[in-house]
Write a protein that binds this ligand. Structure first.
Ligand code: MG
Length: 191
């Protein structure tokens, strides 16, 4: 049962911002698709449109050779609104951590990327990290842009997350220290 496997909640990397990585290097390593969550990963819940920083970030990724695709659990029009301004394709109401939304995304992308070519980004363990890891993707946990604006369901997920984090701490202290310790400190600081 992949939902019960604590390893599926350990991100490959925890980062401050999606813009922090060396994408030229990642392209050289063979990665081709940036698959990303929207809310609190690219913009906060307060914002409805891509910031100038996100627009230039995405244009830069495309210039390197990447394709960018948004996969959001939100069923709101803000996903299509945001994506169309940014000029990228999307799947909304993805139901992460279930696999259906990811499969829908791959279908929309014409199945042209292998899993080893995909980098996934999201701000939540229970949906993004679990979903990305279950799909076998390189999965990045991104520090939430603005936790204060999180919705009730997200807050509930954060509660479940604490239980998962305790389990990882017990089972694999090394992975916890390397990939989640900073995250826990950030979450505690903001609560
Ligand atoms: Mg999010």
């Amino acid at each position: 049962m992949s939902f019960l496997n604590y390893r599926n909640y350990i991100p490959d990397l925890y980062i401050n911002k999606i813009t922090d990585l060396d994408f030229k290097q990642l392209y050289a390593e063979g990665y081709r698709l940036i698959l990303t969550d929207l809310d609190n990963t690219l913009i906060s819940y307060k914002e409805t449109e891509p910031t100038p920083e996100i627009i230039s970030f995405v244009r830069n990724l495309e210039a390197i050779g990447f394709e960018v695709f948004i996969i959001s659990n939100s069923l709101k029009d803000r996903v299509s609104h945001f994506s169309s301004i940014l000029g990228v394709d999307y799947v909304k109401f993805a139901k992460k951590p279930l696999k259906g939304g990811f499969k829908k995304a791959f279908k929309k992308l014409g199945h042209k990327y292998k899993k080893e070519e995909i980098l996934y980004f999201g701000d939540q363990l229970m949906t993004d990290i679990l979903g990305g890891k279950r799909m076998g993707l390189k999965t990045h946990l991104v520090k939430a842009i603005d936790r204060k604006t999180e919705k009730a369901v997200t807050r509930f997920n954060r509660f479940l997350e604490k239980i998962v984090l305790k389990r990882i701490y017990k089972k694999d202290r090394k992975a916890y220290d390397e990939k989640l310790k900073e995250y826990v400190l950030d979450v505690t600081r903001r609560d």
